[in-house]
Design a protein. Sequence first.
Length: 546
Amino acid sequence: MRPIQDVAADLGLTPDDLVPYGAHMAKISLTALRRIQAQPPGGKLILVSAINPTKFGEGKTTTSIGLAQGLRRIGRKPCLALREPSLGPIFGMKGGGTGGGKCMLEPSSRINMHFTGDKHAVTSAHNLLAALVDNAINFESGIDLEHRQILWRRVLDMNDRFLRRIVIGLGGRANGVPREDGFDITAASEVMAVLCLAKDLQDLKARLGRILVGFDREGKPVTAASLKATGAMAALLQDAILPNLVQSTEGVPAFVHGGPFGNIAHGCNSIVATGAALALGEYAITEAGFGFDLGAEKFFDIKCRLSGYWPSAVVLVVTARALRAHGGDDGKKELTSAQALEALGKGIEHLDQHASSARNFGFTPLVSINGFPNDSEAELHLIEEGCAKRGLPCSRFWGFGKGGEGAEDLARKVVEAAAKPASPPRFLYTLDQDPAEKIRAIAQTSYGAKQVNFTKDAEKDLAKARALGYGNLPICMAKTHLSLSDDPLAVGRPKGFELTVRSVRIAAGAGYLLAMTGEIVTMPGLPAAPASMKFDLTDDGQVLGI
């Protein structure tokens, strides 16, 4: 690894601009960040998204990192802007969130775990507000909070299904007022979304103050500002608002900052980190969580709408494995070559919906075929043929095994795509549309749903949002990432399906309405054999198993 000062120098930053966290990680100082934000964002923004993945993921982060390394190899000046991993998936199913092979963020084990403490700061700020809520109830403050109308749950950066629904305040008056509560994972915290959508410290504090925690006995909203929590929460986030600078396997600068979940929250890294990458790099490569239906839609309709940034090119990651899965391969038995090709051929239809969605935002996506060692030439050729028939440019990506060398073709095609006149910003809905119409626009256009149904609870939630003046906020859909529909088992390109919205939460601080669909949960559970079982620490302090 290169010293972090050398990595910073590639971006025109000096040692005085850094707050070092050891030899290979640093935060950008507040003074430097303000200077950077005063610069025009001269770089070109490249968005990396994907088709709906299998449960293992299809290498979107690996592709983003490899693309940056490929761009550097062909003489360009790239800078990555990516999300921070969450401990929940790291110890749960995925086992790491910093790319793979020769396309990784370094130091990988540090980034995957405690990193610079941003996740812990978000957890602390969120739970401070939760403590202040219950404290106000306990002392019967002048706010007169109704304990049965508390919206603010607690958070923990770990998958723990047993904390989804709990009872607190037991043990008598000295221990508080008994009530039902629960935990979400930190990546689903509205404080995380606030951190990633805030443009500066002033905006951070304003958004924190607008967080809706519940209602008083007269039905009036109670916010974090009502509880005088804003200043203390902001103080806990004083370092977390500063972007983290690390590097890729080949030494490409990478801002890794913020980590909202893609299927629960808006799934994008922070606006301040993306802005820094645009100001300091020739190409800023970023990604949006999970498939295009979830991550990219939120990237455009929430992040781009708020920040004013707009991509110059869109990369769509596909794998033969995922396309086979969308063609009916459930992975339970080994397929013959002919069966694999048949499944893949059927699965390519899944690509059509994502390509259509990208075109609705004004882009013809560049398809990156993330190659695996066991992919056959016939499978890769079939994907290329399918892309050609659909008018989609494509490139084989071999970054996992070859690093930047395996991404040079993709890099050249990205440069070519980004050189074309940028499409003007285009969104799926306008903010003055009714919230239900916005949800329908997303479901029907991005997912291909025939109809959207709202439960009675969801209708009540929408009515309350309208009455409180939150009807003009954008929509953040919480949906399974495994399917275009709200059913994780409905693979391929399901047609004629109906999407059910079960509830709608008001995220006033983040600045969106969170529409909950399907059986999505905001506190994931661990699998039967968690990835944590493979972790270890050697005698010389090296972490194994990530």
